[in-house]
Design a protein. Structure first.
Length: 457
């Protein structure tokens, strides 16, 4: 796979012109809705199970879980494992092996599939699960989710979380963690510049970025003349979010399609902002520090970045008010929701059920709330918000992000997205690296589309 990526990199340098319909299942359920209205699965567990496993057979069953985490996430998950092992009524025992990161996880799991040493449960990306499912290595969780006794109530899980792990009618995984990419906006500075509301459209965004840059020209410091607007971020989720904001995407009738009028509009808009010096790039600087010091009116960040932004504002002595906002487009805003999922590999009936029961326990509100407090990501269940009142008060930007979930969009539900998203990020970065003109963005998108079709074969 490294050879594929290096070929793209070479091609992108040689070709200077280089730099879903769009799957956009909107989260119809806000994380602030339906709190407490839906009973948990635990209130109806006396019904007979349709899963043909005798509960007595679960006693002493051991399952191995592979995780991609380190630090706080790994430590908390180990605590969860110890709690489950000591508390669960079936006598199931869980062991954990850390695979360092998602890339290493994917390679190790893929290599283990033909062997007897494969894990029972992994925390992986949805596109990884979809690839393993196509190879017959992952079970469909539908029967477990819907089981009268061992099932789970999904009514208070936002659809943008719930739908990502579907492949046609099969549930190939279950949400483990979810985050999103946002823009951060310095509200205090914007107000001083004459803008009394966050940008609701791409044209509003243009006016505010250019207004911030123009303000830099009016002071006595020449070294900041190129600063002020959006500090460009070329992550693949940023590129994808801008495409969605303009009504575009990367899929059309299930096939990759980049060269569309809406995608051209999105990339042209961004390049025109660059040509007007209303956006700028930093090679070595810290975007969060630039944001706190009023060098950028907008930066890009994800949920887990927000506590660091708050700390930086405090350490820099800034009292400015800042907000989380979606990527503004022609018809409102957009943001891309993504994250890891629980994937149960094909094994014995007893091991599969044991793994599912552990996953279901992890989704209970108490564990869900502890995940949020440790990682600062979204709660997976809206009912969990009842336990997060104090956290919400001390993390107001996190609460703003939760309120934006109805605008959240899915990533492509395809195994090939594993490589296509890397190509998208590389191409988007190249567009800025070689300073491609706004008139050439169609050529960039055409090359992306050709490479996407080649990579997905």
């Amino acid at each position: 796979m490294k050879k594929i990526f290096s070929l793209f990199f070479i091609a992108s340098i040689v070709l200077t012109a280089c730099s879903e319909a769009n799957i956009t299942a909107t989260a119809e359920t806000s994380a602030t809705q339906s709190i407490g209205k839906t009973p948990t699965a635990e209130t109806a567990l006396e019904t007979a199970s349709r899963i043909e496993v005798n509960e007595e057979a679960l006693k002493g069953v051991e399952i191995e879980v592979w995780v991609p985490w380190y630090g706080i996430e790994s430590d908390l998950f180990n605590t969860f494992v110890n709690d489950f092992n000591s508390q669960n009524e079936w006598g199931i025992k869980v062991t954990v092996e850390n695979q360092i990161n998602f890339s290493n996880m994917y390679e190790k799991v893929t290599a283990s599939l033909p062997t007897e040493n494969k894990p029972d449960l992994v925390i992986a990306l949805p596109e990884h699960a979809q690839g393993w499912y196509a190879d017959g290595a992952v079970i469909d969780l539908t029967n477990y989710v819907d089981d009268p006794k061992f099932g789970i109530d999904s009514d208070n899980i936002p659809l943008v979380f719930w739908n990502q792990d579907l492949t046609n009618e099969a549930r190939v995984a279950f949400p483990a963690q979810r985050t999103a990419q946002f823009l951060l906006w310095n509200e205090t500075w914007a107000n001083e510049l004459g803008f009394d509301s966050m940008p609701a459209s791409s044209e509003d965004f243009r006016r505010q970025t250019c207004g911030a840059q123009k303000s830099m020209l009016s002071d006595e410091f020449a070294e900041n003349d190129a600063l002020g607007g959006w500090l460009v971020n070329t992550d693949s989720m940023t590129a994808y979010s801008w495409m969605l904001a303009f009504g575009g995407g990367v899929l059309e009738e299930g096939n990759y399609r980049f060269l569309t009028p809406n995608n051209i509009d999105a990339f042209k808009f961004l390049r025109e902002l660059s040509e007007s010096s209303c956006t700028w790039q930093s090679i070595t600087g810290d975007p969060i520090t630039s944001f706190a010091n009023r060098e950028a009116l907008f930066i890009t960040a994800s949920l887990n970045d927000l506590p660091g932004v708050a700390r930086t504002f405090a350490s820099e002595g800034s009292t400015d008010k800042w907000r989380v906002i979606p990527f503004p487009g022609e018809n409102g805003g957009a943001l891309t929701v993504y994250g890891s999922s629980y994937v149960i590999l094909d094994s014995t009936d007893e091991e599969q059920l044991a793994a599912w029961l552990f996953v279901r326990w992890l989704l209970e509100n108490e564990q869900d709330a502890r995940w949020v407090e440790a990682t600062h990501l979204f709660p997976l269940r809206t009912s969990t918000l009842e336990l997060l009142g104090d956290y919400e008060k001390t993390h107001p930007q996190w609460a703003q992000a939760v309120e934006l979930l109805p605008e959240g969009k899915l990533q492509p539900q395809l195994a090939s997205w594993r490589t296509i998203k890397i190509m998208l990020g590389d191409g988007f970065a190249h567009m800025y690296r070689v300073n491609v003109s706004s008139g050439q963005v169609a050529a960039i998108l055409a090359q992306m589309e050709t490479m996407a079709k080649d990579l997905s074969k």
